[in-house]
Design a binder for this molecule. Structure first.
Ligand code: SF4
Length: 249
């Protein structure tokens, strides 16, 4: 393996999702908010203590859960985290080694790239909610099994019911197929809005499927990055949020 090439590709990937800036109404480029100097967003300012308490209750149950075999293999359960009032909810497949070690979702390399994607959207990680289909790590990051998904999915469903996001972004085939109850490929599902049904009496939630950031890291190409960015632009447009432009040079 050409390590230099892999490192160069990774840096280019990061730059692709870092080099975006919002344009002001006058056309001047405005730097995006920095995570280390955050300005409270509208959503953060209206944090709902009841929703936060309900999410905490789900997280406590997840930490105690032994409903499937993964419960005895984990270092830490990873319930998910983020803004109880999030307009966007990202859903991945399950924790990896870094997430299992820290008990937090998307904190490894794929998570760092997701942070870049979120930032490229003009948002902060604390604006959104990030979770997974499975709350415990499958050994060797193998694919989730049906029995594990059946046992674990109710936690995510409750999180969705509590947060009531306007849009769910399903990251990768497993998340998209599970939430849409389909066997279609991610290539067939991505790039268009679908409907996630949250239960009787609840309105469907728009769902955008896109590539998992771990897949992006493994399948580096300008085309794949563009596809994810095109998917996220549709999400921003649907939410009536400004679309940052890629900085020149
Ligand atoms: S993966 Fe889900 S169902 Fe299985 S033990 Fe963990 S929290 Fe429970």
């Amino acid at each position: 393996m050409d390590i230099d090439k892999v490192v160069r590709q990774h840096l280019e990937m990061e730059q692709f999702f870092s080099g975006f800036a919002l344009k002001s109404k006058a056309g001047a480029t405005e730097p995006q908010q920095q995570e280390d100097n955050p300005v409270p967003s509208e959503a953060e300012g209206m944090a709902d203590p009841e929703k936060a308490a309900e999410l905490e209750k789900v997280a406590e149950e997840v930490h105690q859960c032994r409903k499937c075999g993964l419960g005895s293999l984990r270092t830490n359960a990873v319930p998910g985290e983020g803004n109880p009032n999030a307009r966007i909810m990202f859903v991945g497949e399950g924790p990896g080694a870094d997430e299992d070690a820290q008990g937090r979702p998307f904190v490894g390399r794929a998570g760092q790239l997701l942070d870049k994607v979120i930032k490229a959207c003009g948002l902060k990680r604390s604006d959104v909610f990030i979770g997974n289909i499975l709350k415990c790590r499958p050994p060797e990051n193998r694919d989730p099994r049906a029995d594990e998904i059946i046992n674990c999915l109710p936690y995510l469903q409750r999180q969705i019911e509590i947060i009531e996001p306007e849009i769910i972004v399903a990251l990768g085939a497993h998340a998209a197929r599970t939430l849409l109850n389909t066997t279609k490929s991610i290539g067939q599902l991505r790039g268009q809005f679908h409907e996630y049904y949250a239960g009787l009496g609840r309105p469907p939630i728009k769902l955008m499927a896109t590539y998992h950031t771990a897949y992006l890291l493994r399948n580096y190409s300008q085309e794949n990055r563009r596809r994810v960015w095109e998917d996220m632009k549709k999400v921003l447009t649907e939410l009536d949020l400004p679309i940052p432009e890629q900085a020149k040079g």
